[in-house]
Design a protein around this ligand. Structure first.
Ligand code: SF4
Length: 276
């Protein structure tokens, strides 16, 4: 990256690649609004290969690279996409994480991949309770047997901590913060913003899935500099790196003005309520 005459590195904390907007659950308050997609789709391996190829030119290093959805196991290309992600381990300083909702067995070929790369990978099982995440026990047993690094995120209500006390309702997209200072102040307490998360949706890097959804649905405008169009060949890699660093440095984005934020003090609701 060229900035005041010197090369700037793009070392970032987290990115989540959404490989499926299908899910076999219908969580009313899904952070990524998955049940509300009118045309859900799976990312193909070829699409993922191209996106990752550009992403890892734009990003010098990322601490945690997460493969997620929707439910990523509903994508038949999940294994090949993961295999592609593992090719970039030199640039992933922490771990490749795979987030699944505990409703499905993980195929042995995917488990093999995580076993081979156990020093730099983790499987995250979301537990939405015995009625929904019916495979938590059996998958956990297999992961233990293979000594694969994993964690269970408890959303079931059995755990008192319950992921900071429950979920947050992001479905109200009305303008909440009038000034940039208010918007910055609220967003600075947002785990997503403070933790410097990014997501890749539709071949673009966005600040978070709330921001992506609001742009996609015309709730907020699509503003240059608030997303990185990885697949746009008319924009150079250097320019994409510049945009990413600019996003990284900002205290908030347009979407944050419409958002309660993923904050510890935001009101909590019962997790994983299913749409009837
Ligand atoms: S405040 Fe909302 S829009 Fe802004 S980063 Fe946090 S979750 Fe995303």
């Amino acid at each position: 990256m060229i900035g005041s005459g010197k090369i700037m590195r793009t070392d970032i904390k987290r990115t989540a690649l959404n490989i499926s907007t299908y899910c076999n659950l219908k969580c009313k308050h899904c952070l990524a609004f998955i049940p509300y997609y009118k045309n859900p789709r799976n990312m193909s391996y070829e699409e993922a290969r191209k996106i990752l190829g550009v992403y890892f030119q734009v990003v010098d290093s990322v601490e945690h690279f997460t493969v997620t959805g929707g439910e990523p196991l509903l994508n038949a290309d999940a294994e090949n996409i993961l295999r592609e992600v593992f090719k970039y381990l030199d640039q992933i300083t922490g771990s490749v994480d795979f987030v699944t909702n505990g409703t499905m067995e993980i195929p042995n070929t995917i488990l093999d991949l995580f076993e081979e790369n156990k020093d730099k990978s983790k499987i995250v099982l979301s537990n939405y309770g015995d009625n929904l995440s019916t495979k938590i026990e059996s998958v956990s047993t297999k992961l233990k047997q293979r000594n694969i690094n994993y964690r269970v995120s408890e959303f079931s209500g059995k755990d008192k901590e319950l992921y900071y006390g429950g979920w947050i309702d992001f479905t109200d997209h009305s303008l909440k913060w009038q000034t940039e200072i208010e918007r910055d102040n609220n967003a600075q307490g947002c785990v997503h913003r403070a933790g410097k998360y990014f997501v890749i949706n539709d071949g673009e890097i966005h600040c978070c899935s709330r921001s992506f959804w609001r742009i996609k649905n015309g709730i907020i405008p699509k503003i240059e500099g608030e997303y990185v169009p990885l697949m746009d060949d008319s924009i150079s890699i250097e320019e994409k790196r510049r945009i990413l660093l600019e996003m990284y440095g900002k205290k908030s984005s347009t979407s944050c003005a419409h958002c309660v934020g993923l904050r510890n003090d935001a009101p909590r609701i019962t997790p994983a309520q299913q749409i009837k």
